[in-house]
Design a protein around this ligand. Sequence first.
Ligand SMILES: Cc1cc2nc3c(=O)[nH]c(=O)nc-3n(C[C@H](O)[C@H](O)[C@H](O)COP(=O)(O)O)c2cc1C
Length: 170
Amino acid sequence: MILEEIIKRKSVRSYLDKEVEEAKIMEVIEAGRFAPSASNIQPWKFILTTDKDIRNELSIACNRQRFVAEAPVIITACVICRGYNMGGWYDSACLDIGIALDHMTLEAVHLGLGTCWIGAFSEERVKKILNIPGNIKVAALLTLGYPRDPSIIKKHRKPLEEILCREKYE
Ligand SMILES: Cc1cc2nc3c(=O)[nH]c(=O)nc-3n(C[C@H](O)[C@H](O)[C@H](O)COP(=O)(O)O)c2cc1C
């Protein structure tokens, strides 16, 4: 079932000028809240932005990606603490937040909404715009809204044999 949403999800970079119902926004957030995180640390805080002026400012801070302002909702995902030390070589916080955001993208599809991950941004500028304290980091942003084109697209992905091996690394 969920594979349907996974296949349907695509980066939406053009949105209808239509508000997203509060109940739908909250369902998307809930999908993130229930996401797993290493040691259940939940090292996240999400900022919901719907104000047009702030969205415009964020769009500039996101390397002037115009569709960021076009989206009626922007979710900014913050790292509020350290995560779990994974395999002795990396902190899980950004991975945890990635899982939460991905849950949100799939719930959004389920509700007829579209999203786009935003990794191209100036952390300094985003923090300033959103009054984020110095000790908090910004991991990523997500745009959310009704897609102008809800059609399913063909995705370009590496073939299975390139990314999967069995029993041992080949
Ligand atoms: C962590 C991350 C950061 C991304 N940052 C941006 C971004 O700043 N701007 C953008 O237009 N797309 C961004 N994308 C979207 C990717 O380009 C997109 O997911 C990829 O090309 C695959 O296409 P699809 O999402 O339609 O399947 C980002 C995706 C991820 C996962």
